[in-house]
Design a protein around this ligand. Structure first.
Ligand code: COA
Ligand code: AMP
Length: 638
């Protein structure tokens, strides 16, 4: 099929308001917008002012009202518990309506916050939708974070209620959530009024305090008495959720997503970017704790009337590297979206892709990859083994949907290996040098988007408007700074090369090395430290720490390293995947005292590097090389 991408992009560029006004017709508004875009509101304008709507209504009720109540909406597939269960839109309406009634009875109201700290169980999706139904604001916290990270989010969002579960299940262990939740609440200054806990039979917890309520005990009577709870109208510009993401300090950024623009943009992507139709099954193999989980496990597919797969398992080990193909077959998946690291894990265990042939993949059309750089080898391997298009696309928590991609729904463009594609309508992607001047096509620079940002993009950071302006809009006035460095070539293909801040990408998870440094430097024996991201063939990057002990500290390096690794796991969580810390006598710095993390990373990755002109003492880099080589990283600079 000939692509309609170029015409579509041009029509957006010619009249962005008309473009989004047309897309907004796909949403059921209670009151339609009085204005598609108001450039004078907010930092860069606001979308769909004057409109009232409800996201849960658009995800569930309207499909039931349209006669699709019997259509499958949610496919829970959990190899770690041996369960599979599908919920129709009508069943979702009952579950979500009843939970919303329980939440309301517990005092949750429009604009109140509710934290969802749950594993990949259907109740996590019900919780998000029930909050949306009431006009409350949810904040989902990924289960791999430690109690302290949860506490930080509790103190920032100040939730009235928390929904959690007794445990999560990893391939190698059960993760009891309740002790983490209790510890987080003890650490936090802001205390929730109530916690609603889902008891899982794999590991039950004790509900001791007056604060805790059993999920089933509360929801079952609400279902039995048919409590449905009507959808509360909210302004299109009201927040739907807050999702915390790593920033350059230990304080995560609370990305705010509004209701109206989010629905319009996501609905548009389902047909035009992902090329799926209502009634088909979409599977994002991610976690509800990440933005991919918000947009494409929960909201996008349901808004479009698709079935969505909620997979509680891994690409390998549950039970083997054929798991993805089994889930596609058993749930009739049309499109799969995951991170390249998942495919690298599969490829490592089944390099020949022999297990693909064991399953019927006849419903499956397209594989989408995002979250980290997709290396051309992995893309080629997936294309060859699956014999289907493999589409990379680039996006961020801040936008909630792809900024660049290859819109198969509009007609697939040729793939350029190493590029996640071209700018999506809504995004005017440009590359600027450090002085803010546009560079020639094909030249590396700072990737920015000309303002305004399109619907679904964050209007602010929760409780942090000044940080919002400073982090994203001050360096390049008139543009949104993505903090990614890269290239746009003469055909408009974007290439994402690196982050310009301290964020690293570990197994598709966005982590701050600055936050890890804060943890290391809190150890009483540590004088100085640095954390960098080093290349890893499976996870893309892994964190690597350097530490300088305090003067007079005579401790065994291995013992200190063990303590530091345990400290990061306890403070940030296992998801940080922090496993290595190397002792050095001193850190390389510029004459103005800036640690040369970039050069250390190049040495660790055995890339070519040049002695920085502003270095204080060149000898120190030699010491770093020696220390890295001794631990199997990098090589000496000849
Ligand atoms: N709750 C508790 N712990 C969790 C967790 C959760 N929800 N998720 C991960 N962890 C733990 C893991 O068990 C692991 O612990 P360990 O150090 O004891 O082994 C640690 O956090 C690191 O997890 P991860 O980086 O995911 O590594 P892994 O070896 O468990 O799995 C992959 C590696 C590649 C299989 C997995 O990361 C994956 O499937 N990634 C692709 C999909 C994805 O999640 N993308 C994100 C955005 S699209
Ligand atoms: P997150 O906000 O967690 O989705 O992470 C966003 C960051 O992940 C981006 O700023 C990029 O650095 C990286 N990223 C996401 N998708 C891609 C991609 N397709 N190619 C390269 N990097 C990506």
């Amino acid at each position: 099929m000939e692509t309609r991408y170029y015409d579509t992009y041009a029509s957006w560029k010619a009249d962005p308001e008309a473009f989004w006004a047309e897309a907004a017709k796909e949403i059921n508004w209670f009151t339609p917008p009085t204005r598609t875009f108001n450039p004078d509101d907010g930092v860069y304008g606001r979308w769909f002012e004057g409109a009232t709507c409800n996201t849960c209504y658009n995800c569930i009720d309207r499909h039931v009202e349209a006669g699709h109540g019997d259509r499958k909406a949610l496919f829970y597939d959990s190899p770690v518990t041996g369960q599979r269960r599908a919920y129709t839109f009508a069943e979702m309406q009952i579950e979500v309506g009843a939970l919303a009634a329980v939440l309301r009875a517990q005092g949750l109201d429009k604009g109140d916050r509710v934290i969802v700290y749950m594993p990949m169980v259907p109740q996590a999706i019900f919780a998000m939708l029930a909050a949306a139904r009431l006009g409350a604001i949810h904040s989902v916290v990924f289960g791999g974070f430690a109690a302290r990270e949860l506490a930080t989010r509790i103190d920032d969002a100040k939730p009235k209620l928390i929904l959690s579960a007794s445990c999560g299940i990893e391939t190698n262990r059960i993760v009891p959530y309740k002790p983490l939740l209790d510890e987080a609440i003890a650490l936090a200054e802001s205390k929730p009024q109530r916690c609603i806990i889902l008891q899982r039979k794999e590991h039950r917890c004790t509900l001791t305090s007056q604060r805790d309520l059993d999920y089933e005990e509360a929801v079952k009577p609400a279902i039995a008495t048919g409590q449905k709870t009507e959808c509360v109208p909210v302004a299109a510009t009201d927040p739907l959720y807050i999702l915390y993401t790593s920033g350059t300090t230990g304080q995560p950024k609370g990305v705010v997503r509004d209701n109206g623009g989010h629905m319009v943009a996501l609905k548009w992507t389902m047909e035009h970017h992902y090329g799926v139709k209502p009634g088909e099954v979409f599977w994002a193999a991610s976690d509800v704790g990440w933005v991919v989980g918000h947009s494409y496990i929960c909201y996008g597919p349901l808004l479009h009337g698709c079935g969505t797969v909620l997979y509680e398992g891994k690409p390998v080990g549950t039970p083997d590297a054929g798991a993805f193909w089994r889930v596609i077959q058993d749930n009739g998946v049309a499109a799969l979206f995951t991170a390249p690291t998942a495919f690298r894990a599969v490829k490592k265990e089944d390099p020949k892709g022999a297990l693909v042939a064991d399953y019927d993949l006849s419903t499956f059309r397209t594989l989408f990859l995002a979250g980290e750089r997709a290396d051309p080898d992995t893309i080629r391997w997936a294309e060859e083994k699956l014999d289907r298009p493999v589409i990379d696309h680039w996006w961020q928590t801040e936008t909630g949907w792809p900024m660049a991609g290859n819109p198969v729904g509009l007609g697939q463009l040729p793939v350029k290996p190493g590029s996640p594609g071209v700018a999506m309508p809504g995004f005017d992607i440009q590359v600027l040098d450090d002085a803010g001047k546009p560079v020639e096509p094909g030249t590396l620079g700072n990737i920015v988007c000309k303002l305004p940002l399109p619907p679904s993009s964050f209007p602010t950071l929760w409780n942090a408007e000044a940080r919002f302006r400073k982090a994203y809009f001050e360096e390049f006035p008139g543009y949104y700074a993505t903090s990614d460095a890269g290239i746009v070539d003469e055909d408009g293909y974007v290439f994402i090369m690196a982050r310009t801040d301290d964020i690293i990408n570990v197994a598709g998870h966005r982590l701050s090395t600055g936050a890890m440094e804060e943890v290391l430097s809190s150890h009483e024996d540590i004088a100085e430290c640095a954390v960098i991201g080093v290349a890893d063939s499976m996870k893309g990057q892994l964190p690597l720490g350097f530490f300088v002990p305090n003067d007079g500290v005579e401790r065994d390096e291995a013992e200190l390293e063990k303590e530091l690794v345990a400290l990061v796991r306890a403070r940030i969580g296992p998801v940080a995947a922090f496993k290595t810390a190397i002792e050095v006598k001193r850190l390389p710095k510029t004459r103005s005292g800036k640690v040369l993390r970039g050069t250390m990373q190049k040495i660790a990755d055995a890339e070519d590097w040049k002695m920085p002109a502003a270095i204080d003492d060149p000898e120190i880099l030699k010491e770093i090389s020696v220390a890295l080589t001794a631990r199997g990283f990098g090589r000496m600079n000849s």
